[in-house]
Design a protein around this ligand. Sequence first.
Ligand SMILES: [Cu+2]
Length: 110
Amino acid sequence: MKAFLAPVAVAAAVLFAPAAQAETVHIGIKDFMYTPMTVTVTQGTTVLWINLDDIPHTVVEKNKAWRSGALDTNDTYNHTFDQPGTYEYFCGLHPQMVAKVIVKPAAAKK
Ligand SMILES: [Cu+2]
């Protein structure tokens, strides 16, 4: 009786299918830089930062609308961008580290 295997395969395909919304974009923090320095995402996207340096960094929105705590090596911080706009941010520990997230309206996505 091996017929039960087929439904399992179907379930796996559904689980691994890309989600229609709720995308996540990753930004690495490495060598005192956010990589990539500029990302363009669609409204509703979650951006996840991960610190790949061996010293702490933070992620602070220019107007301090949101900010991470100190991120040690391999620590992550995420923020979901619900509103379109350009969001500049910097590292509270190394203010020369600047980067930005550009959020496009969901309707603009092709
Ligand atoms: Cu830093």
